[in-house]
Design a protein around this ligand. Structure first.
Ligand SMILES: Cc1cc2nc3c(=O)[nH]c(=O)nc-3n(C[C@H](O)[C@H](O)[C@H](O)COP(=O)(O)OP(=O)(O)OC[C@H]3O[C@@H](n4cnc5c(N)ncnc54)[C@H](O)[C@@H]3O)c2cc1C
Length: 493
């Protein structure tokens, strides 16, 4: 008999799970507090401009291919490989580093900075490749039922990788490269995991392999929100129902079963099974009253940085800027040491700029650019007051204008700012943390909030703060893991 599944939230993890489950015959309904689907994968249409609100590119594009192949569909959007992957501007340096997958080409970018770069990079990436393939199926793409089960899985990872568990990301880079520039650029990815390269385990150097050699970076023709737009008709064709503007404010349960989710208007939504796409840690604390996830315990966990985002419509074409750009200062170590801890906005912020109009002209009126600026900042545990948002935004816009040689400030036609407070309230992100729980060794695998509830046997989780972790392809993997669990435990035959 068809089992009904209620999914709380419509982020990418939820949409992917809904697609897999509905394709297998489950009757799926999604409730979402926003007026459209996608969660952090959102769109902002304003003043004739269109902006991707959150994600602007991704790696591991083959996870999307797997998702759609699993339901017998072609990918419902067009993938676009980034080339160069991105550019990096370091304050005080005239040269702009263009990151290429072709290592011979990339070596030219570091000429005069890092001797013998190509050979060193090949050695470094060979190590990263080996750990990626040795952990992909043994640890990342696997459901674990207990810590013991997880540790047994880890024990199958070849012993040669053990030192990487104890060495830092930066220390691994120091074993291969001498120049600060190469080490800084290769370590930027650590910030997305929720820590600095100085305290992120070196195993995560594998991300540079996925980025530079294995699959590269991708975005979506016409804008990232086309992922959601492409998925909706497939979901509707499989009978998935959506209820938007529906905020869940309480969970009801009895014995070992959830009996319903109550919305702000007082309606009770019921189903046989529930999949929670809200934050898997804070939901357990705030809706299920679990002591392990009390406010104090949640605050003691490690969270990824919060986003401070600016969306600008700018008159004129800006030279000297590409589709994906990092703008860094010249005090990397100090900045990394304080960025998670400082209760004041950074004076000389490091930030990322995406100019989608460089490759998607429809995002901006003719002759104009749309800029998405992301400055990672401390979450609201550390800096709850964002009344200084305008000042920080102004500083970034001035700095960017100077560095690219274009008067951006005088040519702004549209401006929107989202502080961590906005991000927290828009998508219920705990303390405004942008990517959810961090990925230290104590918060991954069986140590991360599981995708199956500990007490209620009809409740499951998918999304950034459950397994395997955060990022678009990773929550797609998460949707496969939770679907496998549901099929094993609540088959519909
Ligand atoms: C600024 C920013 C930039 C990013 N850039 C990238 C990138 O370039 N590449 C990449 O791979 N990843 C990126 N990420 C991470 C990526 O966006 C997330 O990992 C991914 O989108 C998380 O998906 P999710 O399934 O956890 O759902 P979410 O996106 O968290 O969606 C959850 C949904 O649940 C809804 N919800 C929550 N609580 C309730 C409730 N009580 N009632 C009703 N609805 C509720 C929310 O409104 C939301 O729509 C970025 C994130 C941010 C914030």
């Amino acid at each position: 008999m068809a089992k009904s599944v209620l999914i709380l939230g419509s982020g990418l993890g939820a949409l992917s799970t809904a697609l897999r489950l509905s394709d297998k015959g489950y009757a799926v309904k999604i409730v979402e507090k926003q007026s459209r689907a996608g969660g952090r994968l959102h769109i902002l249409e304003k003043d004739g401009y269109t902006f991707d609100v959150g994600p602007s590119f991704f790696s591991m594009s083959y996870e999307f291919k797997e998702l759609f192949e699993s339901v017998g569909e072609p990918i419902p959007f067009e993938l676009n490989e980034l080339n160069p992957l991105y550019t990096v501007n370091i304050a005080g340096q005239d040269r702009v580093f263009q990151m290429h997958k072709d290592l011979t080409k990339l070596a030219k970018e570091f000429e005069g900075i890092e001797d013998d770069f190509e050979a060193k990079a090949r050695g470094y990436l060979a190590g990263a490749k080996s750990i990626f393939h040795d952990t992909e199926y043994r640890v990342v793409k696997k459901n674990f039922d207990s810590i013991l089960h997880y540790l047994l899985g880890m024990a199958k990872v070849p012993i040669k990788h053990l030192p990487k568990m104890f060495r830092s990301f930066w220390a691994e880079l120091e074993r291969h490269f001498e120049s600060e520039e190469v080490k800084i650029i290769f370590s930027l990815v650590a910030f997305f995991l929720g820590a600095t390269p100085f305290n992120t385990p070196s195993v995560y150097n594998l991300l540079n392999y996925t980025e530079l050699q294995y699959d590269g970076y991708w975005n979506v023709k016409g804008g990232m929100y086309n992922i959601v737009k492409g998925m909706l008709p497939l979901l509707e064709a499989r009978g998935v129902q959506f209820q938007y503007n529906c905020e869940i404010v309480a969970a009801e349960y009895s014995g070992k079963k959830m009996t319903g989710l109550r919305d702000a208007a007082g309606n009770l939504h019921t189903a046989d099974l529930y999949v929670i796409n809200a934050d898997a840690a804070s939901f357990r604390g705030q809706f299920l009253g679990r002591k392990k996830f009390s406010e104090a315990k949640l605050d003691a966990m490690d969270w990824t940085l919060a986003p401070f985002t600016i969306y600008l419509g700018v008159k004129g074409k800006i030279p000297g800027i590409h589709h994906h750009n990092y703008f860094l200062g010249n005090n990397f170590r100090d900045y990394a040491d304080t960025i998670f801890r400082s209760s004041v906005a950074p004076e000389k912020p490091y930030y990322y700029v995406n100019v989608a109009s460089k490759s998607n002209p429809n995002c901006a009126p003719e002759g104009c650019e749309n800029l998405f600026i992301l400055c990672p900042v401390p979450d609201m545990r550390v800096k709850p007051d964002w009344s200084d948002a305008e000042t920080l935004a102004q500083g970034i816009i001035e700095d960017l204008g100077e560095r690219v040689g274009y008067d951006i400030a005088s040519n702004i036609e549209s401006k929107t700012i989202y502080t961590p407070v906005d991000w927290a309230s828009m998508f219920n992100l705990y303390r405004g943390s942008g990517l959810g729980l961090a990925h230290g060794m104590n918060q991954i695998g069986a140590f991360r909030p599981a995708n199956k509830d500990e007490e209620l046997n009809n409740v499951y989780y998918v999304g950034a703060s459950t397994v395997p972790g955060t990022g678009l392809p990773i929550v797609v993997i998460g949707s496969r893991l939770v679907t496998e669990r549901i099929q094993d435990e609540h088959s519909i035959v």
